[in-house]
Ligand binder design. Structure first.
Ligand code: DX5
Ligand code: ZN
Length: 217
């Protein structure tokens, strides 16, 4: 199966967000990646459930919501009600990760777990059987347009190995600094879903940008 592409709207023009989303959908996007930042867990502030609920009617495609916030438990229901399909929480932000993942499951949507570049992959091994998505940050979260950290790929390979050994089926996603070159390395390491912000939205021809990242040119 070909690699999925999840354009991150962080790099879109928010004054014409609907057109921007429709453009990447027309260009072949599989998921729409939505970055939620609270100014505490990461040093930036973006959008919340109100904007998500305006995006929901635009498409039936998967809305992949990446929470970079403290106290995620407090906001799970709001994001579910606003229309998230996947809700991904940072292991570093969850005091009781198992509880948080199960709260998302019980709310009826898919849970994902994400770790920062400096966090050991062993930290999420016990939760792998409970998640639908494992997201590896390939930059320090907070901003678009940063450089890819290649050392993260060793963690991707380890997670892919565990998935096989344990007979699990979660998707592996990479986020940050993904472009045509780094996408190639991600795919070789076992990534199934590539998040890309600037490498898609900074291009005029989004369809071609998506094709290049998918390595299908
Ligand atoms: C960073 C966000 C990413 C970001 C990626 O904290 O989680 O999703 O938008 O942007 P690029 O692809 O420009 O690195
Ligand atoms: Zn993200």
């Amino acid at each position: 199966m070909s690699t999925k592409i999840a354009p991150s709207i962080l790099a879109a023009n928010f004054s014409i967000l609907k057109e921007e989303i429709e453009d990447v959908l027309k260009g072949g996007a599989d998921y729409i990646h939505i970055d939620v930042m609270d100014g505490h867990f990461v040093p930036n502030i973006t959008i919340g459930p109100v904007v998500l609920s305006s995006i929901r009617p635009i498409t039936d495609k998967t809305l992949d919501v990446h929470l970079m916030i403290e106290n995620p438990d407090q906001y799970i229901q709001d994001f579910v009600d606003a229309g998230a399909d996947i809700l991904t929480v940072h292991a570093e932000a969850c005091t009781h990760l198992h509880r948080t993942i199960h709260l998302i499951k019980e709310a009826g949507i898919k849970p994902g777990v994400v770790i920062n570049p400096a966090t050991p992959v062993e930290m999420i091994k016990p939760i792998l059987k409970d998640v639908d998505l494992v997201l590896f940050m390939t930059v320090n979260p907070g901003f678009g347009g940063q450089s890819f950290i290649p050392e993260v790929l060793d963690k991707v390979k380890q997670a892919a190995k565990w998935r096989e050994e344990l007979g699990l089926s979660f998707e592996i996603e990479a986020d940050g600094g993904v472009n045509e070159e780094t996408a190639k390395q991600c795919i070789a390491a076992g990534v199934d879903v590539l998040v890309a912000g600037s490498a898609i939205f900074n291009e005029i021809d989004r369809e071609n940008a998506i094709k290049k990242i998918r390595q299908s040119n």
